[in-house]
Design a protein around this ligand. Structure first.
Ligand code: NAP
Length: 303
């Protein structure tokens, strides 16, 4: 199979298309022929040489934590899953590949109405946003502030908070404001006077904050939040906790993913794909994400 391989820590150019032996599923596992795989900011950081604090072993050289495809082999005991089933799911690394082997508890059925490129880039952002709301529990009584609301996580966070009944203020550049309105958020431009703009919309402060941007967004979070225990940052892993803004503590689960996929299938949740690249152009996908601006999700596609 072909994979996009990080040859050495560095810029996007270190991603190279390589051949690897086809992986074989063990007990309770399935092999998925991948049709699409999402690109996340963490992939860029890992490619550059950063590693998450919880990882001590050497990192696998193939990035990617989410995928969608067709099961083509099932190991002993993976009785729920059969070759030919269309699925989406998650793994730690290894998804920029034509095949992945994962446990049967890391996949869910893909609805026929969900395009491959949506499915491949659905898991991480939707689960991250929902994990935040599981921890912060926004309700119809709350004003929620989402920093980086037009991004992958932010777009899901806006919609999922609205489904819980909350009023949502989202930050983005003006070219993304119509998009935020479509999702149900009241947009503000983060580039100047952010705190004053939010105060004009919510004079009493905000009840819940999800920070997907960090830096000035973290400072604004501390200024605007009524109660810092109802804030989370996705970006400021070191400075956030020092100023009272925690990081997420949950883990991805197939049960949560299945609930989110059903919301999509029922037409209650949308997922925007910003652009797609063939696997062999993973470096270009990284270059686009690294630019730091834009709506929705970047996805790799496999033939
Ligand atoms: N994707 C995931 O599954 C995942 C999972 C866990 C954690 N995270 C973390 O969550 C954060 C967001 O991830 P993402 O995947 O949603 O990123 P993304 O899709 O790349 O989104 C980037 C967004 O950031 C906005 N932005 C840029 N500078 C900003 C600023 N100063 N203030 C507010 N918004 C700004 C951009 O909006 P404009 O175009 O309007 O500038 C753009 O829409 C990252 O730190 C990532 O590591 C992501």
């Amino acid at each position: 199979m072909k994979v996009a391989y990080v040859t050495t820590p560095g810029g996007p150019e270190v991603l190279e298309l390589r051949e690897q032996p086809d992986p074989q599923p063990g007990p309770g596992q399935v092999r998925v022929r991948v049709r699409a795989a999402g690109v996340q900011p963490i992939d860029l950081a890992i490619r550059s040489g950063w590693r998450p604090g919880y990882v001590t072993d050497p990192l696998p050289p193939v990035p990617g934590n989410e995928f969608a495809g067709v099961i083509d082999a099932a190991g002993d005991g993976a009785t729920e899953w059969q070759p030919g089933m269309e699925v989406l799911g998650f793994n730690f690394m290894g998804c920029y590949a034509e095949q992945v082997v994962v446990g049967g508890d890391q996949i869910v059925h893909k609805p026929k109405t969900m395009p491959w490129e949506v499915a491949g880039g659905f898991t991480a952002g939707a689960q991250t946003a929902e994990m935040a709301w599981e921890e912060l529990a926004p309700t119809a009584d709350d004003v929620v502030l989402v920093h980086a609301a037009a991004g992958n996580v932010g777009g899901f966070a806006v919609q999922l908070a609205r489904l819980r009944g909350a009023r949502v203020i989202g930050t983005a550049r003006p070219e993304n404001h119509d998009y935020l309105r479509e999702l149900g958020a009241e947009p503000v431009d983060y580039r100047s006077g952010l705190v004053d703009q939010v105060r004009a919309l919510a004079p009493g402060g905000v009840d819940v904050v999800l920070d997907g941007a960090g830096r000035e967004a973290l400072d604004a979070t501390v200024e605007l939040a009524k109660d810092l225990s109802r804030t989370r940052t996705l970006y400021e892993h070191e400075r956030g906790p020092k100023v009272g803004v925690a990081t997420l503590s949950g883990a991805r689960s197939a049960a949560r993913l299945d609930r989110l996929v059903r919301l999509y299938a029922d037409g209650r949740l949308t997922a925007l794909v910003r652009s797609t690249y063939p696997l062999g152009r993973a470096a270009d996908a990284h270059r686009e994400l690294e630019a730091g601006h834009g709506r929705g999700k970047i996805v790799l596609t496999m033939a």
